[in-house]
Unconditional design. Structure first.
Length: 359
């Protein structure tokens, strides 16, 4: 049966990079993968069209699809929207929460061809292969109460709530242990249990779940130390599991270890493995429309979709091998160009990947 993929390009460089990923999907379709691609507006462009960054039709399409491919949302044009519920970022949070995509996988892999693009010394990052598992539908991003009100003394007071229930911690921990079992069997849980009660509970529940995975070596690290260790000696990590906000921050740091945030894909999965796939970078309004953006993070997100939702590990390998082959040939978008090889634009890079897949 044909698999339905919702294509949500979004804002900024979103349409350009998703366009290249769609070329990849179409190539796979021509080679026999039964896919039905349906596009819908999301983010600022959806706000401009429909007055809503996540229109009902887009949300229904995303929910009905087998998988969602998202570009990026947001930009300065919408940063000043007074109604916060209409902001492009809300569309992203709405999709995550409405689709119950609680497990966010953010791999940070250094392609050996790009070792010189990292700002860290090659020996610190060579061979880097980390998986960050970020809790995505809870924590301070969604906790209530939240708002901006008045203090008893009458001054303005802003507040958010960092809250996790036992079951929320347990399911993300299980997700991370399962992934660790398929990798190096080492899991580091990152928290702030020295200060926050919610993180004391986090640590307790992770340790309870650990009993079901005796083959996985578990460690715990405070988030400030984890940030330091990530830039000091990142190869000590195999899988990291952490809450929503810490995962947001640490995954950007981990991305830069690999040279460019333009290389890193992500998967956000629900309990049945249905997912939304997107590059971890943003909409990069400064380079939008110039054909300079790196489409590889989005193309690698397609590989994750093939692996995690479509059950096509062979095709996922094929896409990843094509990326590696094109990097071997020296093709580089500006973000990963360091003076060697050939500088190319977004669509040239996409075309090269398509050609390498066909080979
Ligand atoms: C990310 C982004 C989002 C987040 C923003 C755009 C809401 O930074 O996916 O990491 O904070 O989760
Ligand atoms: Mg982020």
């Amino acid at each position: 049966m044909s698999k339905k993929i919702a294509i949500l390009p979004g804002d900024g460089i979103g349409p350009e990079i998703v366009g290249e990923a769609v070329k990849v999907l179409e190539t796979l379709r021509e080679n026999g993968l039964d896919l039905d691609l349906v596009e819908a507006p999301v983010g600022g462009m959806a706000y401009d069209l429909h007055g809503d960054s996540l229109p009902d039709e887009t949300l229904s399409l995303a929910k009905a699809a087998d998988a969602v491919l998202l570009g990026a949302v947001g930009g300065p044009k919408w940063d000043g929207l007074a109604d916060r519920s209409k902001r492009p970022e809300k569309a992203l949070l709405g999709l995550r929460s409405e689709m119950a995509l609680f497990s966010n996988l953010r791999p940070a892999i250094l392609y050996p061809q790009l070792a010189d693009a990292s700002t860290l010394k090659p020996e610190v990052v060579a061979g880097l292969d980390i998986m960050i598992v970020r809790e995505l539908t809870g924590g301070i991003y969604f906790g209530e109460p939240r708002g901006i009100g008045k203090s008893p003394a009458g001054e303005r007071r802003g507040y958010n709530t960092l809250v996790y229930t036992e079951s929320e911690i347990e399911r993300i921990a299980r997700s991370a242990f399962e992934i660790a079992m398929k990798r190096g069997r080492r899991l580091c849980s990152v928290d702030k249990a020295n200060v926050l009660e919610v993180m004391v509970l986090w640590r307790e529940v992770v340790n309870e779940v650990a009993r079901d995975y005796p083959d996985v070596e578990v460690s715990h690290m405070y988030v400030d130390n984890a940030a330091m260790q990530l830039v000091r000696a990142p190869k000590q990590f195999d899988v990291i599991v952490t809450g929503n906000m810490f995962g947001d921050i640490l995954s950007d740091a981990a991305a830069m270890l690999t040279g460019s945030i333009g290389m890193l894909p992500s998967a956000s999965l629900d309990k049945n493995g249905k997912g939304m796939y997107e590059p971890i970078h943003g909409s990069a309004p400064d380079i939008a429309g110039q054909g300079k953006a790196n489409p590889l993070a989005t193309i690698l997100s397609v590989a994750m979709m093939l692996r995690y939702t479509l059950d096509e590990a062979g095709l996922a390998d094929k896409v990843e091998r094509a990326v590696s082959a094109v990097l071997d040939r020296g093709l580089r978008t500006p973000d990963i160009y360091t003076g060697n090889g050939t500088e190319v634009g977004t669509s040239e890079m996409g075309d090269a990947i398509v050609a390498a897949i066909a080979n």
